[in-house]
Design a protein around this ligand. Structure first.
Ligand code: NAD
Length: 436
């Protein structure tokens, strides 16, 4: 390991940039630091891996600046790894001679070296005081746990495995695991058919992704996960019970994330003893296709956990947007009243199911109409969401229309159960129902 305060003019290999210290400020400095000649020669032709904590706009800025996607799973692709550290307007770099152990070695060396940095002096800044081994541990997500292998859990597991993480998915019964894994197989096959040039995968990437995936019925198998993402039924009591059990099993510095669409993250968080390491990661259906992930912080979430979650979202190939713990977050706050209004419009005879769907496609350019989307999301899930949102806001626009309740009572949950607003006996030719 070599250390220096001036980045050398030329170094071959793979570069790892870690920005530590003040979130944001460090990143600005890193982006501004490298002289153009070095930037060009070093970075335009080399993979670059950004690790560190920062705000998303700055993380994007630094990755765009260097012309590479930040957050590749592994920096160890051979050659020499260089670590660039910025802190308190100083930049430190290191070269690890052993690429295999580079990241560990760098972090270890940095923690030693950090004693000499300004923030390690008596007047420690707030952010610097968080620079402990634990601080780094959460930033180094390797193993991902997923709770539930339904629509969302299977999708989340798939994208995490495709991004190179080891993923363990927990289910209640083997048949649900089998169903979820069959869905993953189908989705990966479609991505291979599409091919890498159109954003799909190669057959080798599919095999690689599957090698990272494991299903289990035993919660103990999640004990060593770095992050656990919950995607079980949208029910507060069930989620809280599950988190309470999990809290005693999963290692203390792991992050807990919920994919809930509407339940307060704060309410879920209080079922555990790790409030500062609890966040929302709200993915969209179908997860492998939809680019957005809402990253939700509570009043208790530690800033570095929030940043790590944002970065993790990006490493999954998603666009993470930050939001706070207000029921429905950004998308459902706006989407759910719209979907419920479509049902009310249908109940009032404004139009047929297909006409309302077509109207919103042709008139607004939406990719699918509200009833197709409702069936896709799951009517049971939507119904649960209405309860939570109505309870929070006490506004009629969030209340469930009677027809939604009838369909759920009948067990017609939409596409996943074969029947909802449409009948999916032939999945390629859904037939609209007549309910009024
Ligand atoms: N469906 C959507 O479009 C969508 C979008 C974003 C977020 N969400 C949220 O994601 C979560 C899951 O939704 P979904 O649509 O995937 O539901 P789903 O019904 O398809 O899947 C839920 C799965 O969780 C399993 N499960 C239930 N309790 C469990 C437990 N204690 N341990 C392990 N597994 C358990 C069930 O067996 C089922 O397979 C909900 O919180 C929902 O609000 C859904």
């Amino acid at each position: 390991m070599q250390w220096g305060k001036t980045v050398p003019e030329s170094r071959p290999g793979v570069y790892v940039i870690a920005v530590v210290g003040q979130a944001g400020a460090g990143c600005e400095i890193a982006a501004d630091y490298l002289p153009p000649a070095i930037r060009k020669r070093w970075l335009s032709n080399q993979p670059i891996v950004y690790i560190g904590c920062t705000t998303r706009p700055l993380a994007v800025r630094i990755s765009e600046f260097y012309g590479h996607v930040y957050g590749m799973p592994s920096p160890h692709r051979g050659g020499q790894d260089v670590l660039l550290l910025t802190c308190d307007r100083r930049v430190y770099w290191a070269v690890a001679e052993d690429p295999a152990g580079a990241e560990e070695a760098m972090i270890g060396a940095f923690l030693t070296e950090a004693r000499h940095l300004p923030f390690a002096n008596k007047k420690r800044s707030k952010s610097a005081s968080k620079l402990t081994k634990g601080h780094y541990a959460h930033m180094n997500i390797k193993k991902v746990g997923v709770l539930g292998c339904g629509l969302m859990g299977s999708g989340i597991a798939q994208v995490a495995a495709t991004a190179g993480f080891d993923v363990t998915v927990l289910e209640q019964e083997q048949k649900f695991l089998d169903k979820g894994f069959a869905g993953i197989e189908k989705s990966l096959t479609r991505l291979v058919e599409r091919g890498p040039e159109k954003g799909g995968l190669t057959p080798a990437q599919k095999t690689e992704a599957q090698s990272h995936l494991k299903g289990t019925l035993n919660m103990q198998d999640l004990a060593d996960c770095d992050i656990v993402i919950e995607a079980i039924i949208e029910n507060v009591a069930e989620k809280r019970k599950t988190y309470a059990q999990l809290d005693a099993i999963v290692k203390k510095d792991a992050i807990f994330a919920s994919n809930t669409s509407s339940i307060s993250i704060t309410e879920l968080m209080t079922a555990t003893k790790r409030p500062e390491r609890f966040i929302g990661l709200h993915f969209f259906n179908p997860v492998p296709m939809m680019k957005l992930v809402e990253v939700v912080k509570t009043i208790a979430t530690a800033p570095e956990v929030y940043d790590t979650a944002v970065e993790f979202g990006a490493r999954l190939g998603k666009v993470p947007l930050r939001t706070s713990d207000k029921t429905g977050f950004i998308v459902n706050r706006l989407l759910v009243p719209y979907l419920l209004d479509a049902i009310r419009a249908y109940e009032e005879g404004v139009g047929s199911i297909t006409d309302i769907d077509e109207a919103m496609k042709l008139g607004c350019g939406y990719p699918m109409g509200p009833f197709t989307l409702l069936d896709f999301v799951g009517l049971d899930t939507t119904y649960y969401i209405t309860h939570v949102m109505y309870d929070e806001f006490k506004e009629r626009r969030f209340a469930s229309p009677p027809l939604l309740r009838r369909l759920v009572l009948a067990g017609w949950y939409g596409r996943k159960s074969g029947k909802g607003f449409y009948d999916y006996a032939d999945p390629n030719k859904p037939v609209p129902g007549e309910f009024v």
